[in-house]
Structures are given as C-alpha cells and as structure tokens.
Write a protein that binds this ligand. Sequence first.
Ligand code: ARG
Length: 410
Amino acid sequence: NKAQAEITYVTAERLVDPQKGTAIANAALIIEDGKITAVGTAAEIEKPAGAEHIDLGDKTALPGLIDMHTHITGDPTKGGGYASLVIPVERTIIWAVENARKTLMAGFTTIRNVGSDGYETLSIRDAINAGEIAGPRMFVSGPPVGIVGGHCSDNNLLPPSYEASGEGVATGPWEMRAKVRQNIKYGVDLIKTCSTGGVFSKGTLLGAPQGTVEELTAIVDEAHSRGLKVASHAHGTIGIKNAIRAGVDTVEHVSYLDDEAIRMAKKAGTYFSMDIYNTEYTLSEGEKNGVLPESLDKERQVGGIQRESFSKAVKAGAKVVFGTDAAIFPHGDNAKQFSRMVRFGMTPLQAIRASTSLAAKALGREGELGCVAVGCRADLIAVSGDPLSDISVLEEVAFVMKDGVVHKDD
Ligand code: ARG
C-alpha cells in the first residue's frame, strides 16, 4: 500500500462510465479521501494545486470490478473431495491472504464471499479493511444456512458414526431464523442459503429442491427485517422458483432456467449470478485435483445447460450479474469469465455493467461502488486496449486503486 497524497489527479486516454454506457476520451478525475470528487475531460478538469498526478497514459480506466460469488478461503488444488476432511480451517485462512491479494491484483476491488466453514472470512474482511493485508472489499455471508444433508453446507462425506455436520445446518423455519440471527450477531453482511443440491456436495441432486418455501421465506424475512440481503444457490428449476418466491435477492448458478422462472425473476426484481467459466477448469483439472467422480459427473451434466440458460436470461432482459465461484478455479483468474459472458450473449458493455454498476445495485451500493461519478468510492482499474470492443483485455489489469489507494501500477 502506497500512501497517497490527500488529493489525487488521475488522467487516462479513456474512462468507461458503466452507468452512462459510454467512454470519456482524455478523461480526468479528482480523488479526495478515497472518493471521486470530480470527473470529466482533462480539458474541463484541471489538476488541483498540490495534487499527485497519476497519468494512466493510453490505457483505459474503469471502475474496480465486482465478483458476486467467491470463496476466498478455497483453493482448487488443495483439498478436493475427501482431502478436504484433513484441512483445518486455520490453514485456509493462510491461503486466503494470498487469494485476496491475487483477487485485488486482478482488478476486483469488491467481492461477495458467499459461504465459508465458520466465521473466519469475517476476520479476513476486517483485516483488509484495517489495511493489515491487501485484498478486495468483502461482503461476507459466514456459514450458509441450509437443510440437513444439503449443499449449504452439511458434511456428507463421513459415515454416521462421525456425526459430522455443518455450522449453518437447521431444520424448520425457526431453526433457520436462529441461524440467521446467529450469523448477524457475529457480523455477516449477507445471508447465503441453498434451494437445490449442488455439484460439489456429496449425495445431492442438482434438480432436487432443498428447503421448503416456508423455510426459505423465514430466512429471507429474518434477513430482510435486519437489513441484510439473501443469496440462494440453485441449479434446478423448482429450487430457482422457490428462491424467487421466497424473495431472495440473488439466485446463484441458475442452471436450469425456463421462461416462467425468468418472468418471475423479472417481476420480483431478482438478480441472477451465473458462474459460466468454472466448468472449463473443473472438466480439465478436476480429476487431477481430487474432485469426487460424482461431482465430475454432475459438472458434465450442468455446464452446457447453464450456458444455454445464461443466453436465454440475457436475451430475455433478466438482470445477470458477474459471479464466478472463484475457489473452484484459482483466485485471480476471475476475469476469464468476461469473454464467456460475451460469447454467450452479452455485449461487452453489458458484461462490464454486470461486474460494476449492476453488481453494485444488487449489493445495495448503487452510486457508491462500480461507478465513476462524483461521490463514488475511488475504486479504479486500468487496462491496455478497449474493453468495450475486446472484453478479454480485462484479463490483464495494469493498475488497481481501491478507496483512493494505489495497489498496483505496472
Ligand atoms: N458451488 C457450485 C456447486 O457445487 C458450483 C457449480 C459449478 N458448476 C457450474 N457449471 N457452474 O454446485
């Protein structure tokens, strides 16, 4: 962390404004106390006296990126399948320090961490906020709340005599509410639940719903009444619809979509977070990494369908945000998903919005994050080339500023 002069003046050949959907040529910004206080062309905005000048030259600047679905303590090369059983949670915190740094260096200045063993990710968030380690701003869920034997996040690997269970496992609306209250007590930013089985959990089915609408509604009611948003993991159509009916804010994965589910989401204002890159990593590296054969089978079933659903959702005008499930693939490779989002139906501008202005809206932080207007947090990245014509340039981020502090300047 390089300490910055109190006032910073940034110039760049191009600045993408996702909210306006345009780029400013020969742009200039003024940053004070971690916030943007002026933005426009360099002709309009002069360098304030005494300000430090950061000249990004011929690069394109844009707001720091947001990944709505990560697990910062996870590493795909360590602890796949049964190997996970011998990894203490403390060890994963050590990995998270490096994962957080890589994520920030890749241009992601904000992430949602939607699920961890316990409350360890809250300390990672707090250490980043205190400047003790480098990393993105984190919105963390703590332990996911879900049913016995479910994807969120029971331990189904061991035989009954071990009596293994996950932290957020509950039965019935009141127990679910109690888990939500406990998570809020310890300081989570959002609640994660699951309304279907998953790829990486043993003995769960992608198509089978998990939790009743009554249970899901209890989770959402409890979270919303305390001012927190809810993310629900759902692959199968029934579980996607149950989550939307219950009023969750974002549905994660969203693999098997039908027209009715899209209509319901549009009506309810539900966001879809669709992780359409990681399938490639799992299918090429998963076996070597110890992923369960059952999970590999499920990934083979779901990867292609999820991409078709993504195309359908985008075409129908559903709100699709950028979420990768980083941890399934190495942290720092998050931006690889952009080119897939464009290949499967988004314009480059839509893909950028999915990871900036639209993601900020889904977080309830519109006008603060994912934007470059006056009053926005000074989260700024820069790349060579023009992401509005070639989205893959976002895979090579040359400059990263978070809250007005420069973390990378190549
Ligand atoms: N965490 C998710 C699960 O286990 C990951 C799904 C990854 N696959 C995919 N095609 N998006 O279900």
